[in-house]
Design a protein around this ligand. Structure first.
Ligand SMILES: Cc1cc2nc3c(=O)[nH]c(=O)nc-3n(C[C@H](O)[C@H](O)[C@H](O)COP(=O)(O)O)c2cc1C
Length: 194
């Protein structure tokens, strides 16, 4: 049994990104996996304040992270597979995902610093799938994925990441259903990898 965390950073009811990410979940999940879904727009995420910095510093100094504020960070760290569904907004992703990353990026839970000042990530995740859809082309500007890859691998210690994308959905004359269908059928290879 693996703990799979599905992080939904989508905004619209009929989100194509969520459909693609659900298809990916369907391709990679095994029957006995424990799947937890969180929807960022339903969470009370807010930018870090001075009070939050004080709460974090105090928790770290006494090694006591029992405050419910830290539950979100712990949930991320304990996940063994992570799927992020994030539409391509302004060359990256919706702001809720940045708020989420700020919330989970807790010294003492997500990572720890060695005496040499180098952080060691504490994530249990072997794989993080980042799923996005874009109205136009993404090309070299996959800034959302590039950032998520760097922070989750470099700081949180996720072992590996992969980006799955469907692009050109809003281009005049495009058939978004066809694009999505092709992207979903392209996920077949993942079943064999599990
Ligand atoms: C606020 C906003 C910003 C967007 N920025 C971009 C962009 O920079 N480049 C692009 O190709 N499409 C952009 N789009 C289009 C979305 O990427 C596209 O419609 C995507 O499929 C939406 O995902 P969803 O169906 O999951 O909501 C943007 C859409 C919105 C609403």
């Amino acid at each position: 049994m693996r703990k799979i965390l599905f992080i939904d950073a989508t905004v619209r009811k009929g989100s194509r990104t969520r459909r693609l990410a659900e298809a990916l979940l369907n391709a990679v999940a095994k029957e006995d996996d424990k799947i937890t879904r969180i929807k960022l727009s339903d969470m009370d995420l807010s930018p870090i304040t001075e009070d939050v910095i004080d709460l974090r510093d105090k928790a770290l100094s006494v090694s006591n992270f029992s405050d419910p504020y830290f539950d979100t960070a712990r949930q991320f760290t304990e996940a063994e597979m992570i799927i992020i569904a994030a539409p391509y907004y302004d060359l990256s992703f919706p702001a809720s995902l940045k708020l989420y990353i700020e919330t989970i990026s807790v010294n003492g839970i997500a990572f720890t610093y060695g005496s040499d000042g180098i952080p060691t990530g504490l994530s249990e995740a072997e794989m993080l799938y980042y799923v996005t859809t874009a109205g136009g082309e993404i090309g070299p500007y996959n800034l959302g994925y590039d950032y998520v890859k760097t922070v989750t691998r470099g700081l949180f210690g996720v072992k590996d990441t992969q980006c799955l994308r469907a692009v050109g959905l809003d281009i005049m004359g495009a058939d978004p259903e066809e694009v999505l269908k092709n992207a979903i059928s392209g996920l077949e290879y993942l079943k064999a990898e599990q």
